[in-house]
Design a protein around this ligand. Structure first.
Ligand code: PMV
Length: 320
């Protein structure tokens, strides 16, 4: 009755922002992401008869805050009358700071819990269960370039291109490591209810998805770069125009964008994307990673840099 799974976070190039059903955690729009390789979460789940309650450790320290969301995920994967579980999570990057730790955590938890419960689930079932816990987690079930599509009453995930078919490097500039002020679920609802740009965002998403899908198919980096930056800035514009406004950026975030612009002016193929946090993800072809990393390292306010290639989907670590 145990399982260990490993999953990597993903970075959306065409973003998910807003829910069409809060109770079922269904996204309002489709999205396209890349799954990373070097950043990971490893989840170990043991169902144990006789335990009174679920327990959770994150990087070996007890964690009460995240536990209810993880317990709810276990209820969906293994049924509510399941034995209680010991959950141990190991994460090699900052949690809840806009680096998609919820994506890797819930993708890994879903795969580990299904194995521990003796369930053999399809990719679609795993994605749907992971997505109910965290919308972006559904995409981390698969590797490389992944599209999440809304279906009648649910979601589907598809691989657009494997990690090794179009290798990318992602240089993450960390500008702040504390947890974010407003979580993405609350922020999305504020946006949906109050932002004057929200309905335009939903209406335009299909066109951005078409452009990005075609660019990935044609391996057209410049076209993908343009639509990804546009989609990212549109998502942040919704937040800036919400009431209350939500600005996840800090001064160093802005300086990193200037660094990316100056690299682009030197004909280095790179583009930026930013999620619900102040970190800047600079996406480039592997041959430019060293230049991009060096330029971002010199950017004032950058505390740390992580460089990653593209990786695989969530998987069991070993038969247990
Ligand atoms: O899955 P959540 O609830 O962490 O939301 C993710 C939202 C963004 O990271 C900002 C965009 C995305 O598509 O990943």
């Amino acid at each position: 009755m145990q399982g260990t799974a490993i999953a990597q976070p993903n970075i959306a190039l065409i973003k998910y922002w807003g829910k069409r059903d809060v109770a079922l955690n269904l996204p309002a729009v489709g999205s396209i992401s890349i799954t990373l390789r070097e950043l990971h979460t490893r989840m170990h789940v043991i169902f144990e008869d006789g335990l009174d309650a679920d327990t959770l450790t994150v990087n070996d320290a007890p964690d009460e805050n995240m536990l209810p969301r993880l317990s709810a995920c276990l209820d969906r994967v293994a049924d509510q009358d399941r034995p209680r579980a010991r959950i141990a999570s190991q994460c090699n990057f900052p949690i809840a700071a806009g680096l998609a730790s919820s994506a890797s955590s819930f993708a890994a938890l879903t795969v580990a819990a299904a194995h521990a419960a003796g369930k053999s689930l399809t990719t679609a079932e795993l994605a749907s269960l992971a997505g109910q816990a965290s919308g972006s987690a559904a995409r981390s079930i698969l590797g490389g370039f992944v599209e999440l599509t809304n279906t009648n009453g649910g979601i589907a995930v598809d691989s657009l291109c494997e990690a090794d078919e179009w290798p990318f490097a992602v240089v993450v500039a960390i500008t702040e490591t504390g947890p974010k002020a407003v979580g993405s679920t609350a922020a999305m609802e504020i946006s949906r209810k109050t932002s004057p740009f929200y309905s335009n965002w939903v209406d335009q998403q299909a066109a951005d998805l078409d452009t990005a899908r075609a660019a990935i198919h044609d391996r057209d980096f410049a076209r993908l770069a343009r639509v990804a930056e546009h989609n990212c800035l549109k998502m942040h514009s919704i937040m800036w125009a919400s009431r209350p406004p939500m600005v996840y950026w800090n001064a160093a975030t802005m300086r990193c964008l200037e660094t990316v612009r100056s690299l682009q002016a030197r004909d280095i193929g790179v583009f930026f994307t930013i999620d619900a946090g102040p970190q800047v993800k600079a996406v480039c072809l592997p041959e430019h990673a060293a230049d991009v990393e060096a330029a971002l390292r010199k950017t004032q306010g950058v505390e740390d840099i992580m460089v990653s290639g593209l990786g695989q989907g969530a998987r069991l670590e070993a038969a247990t």
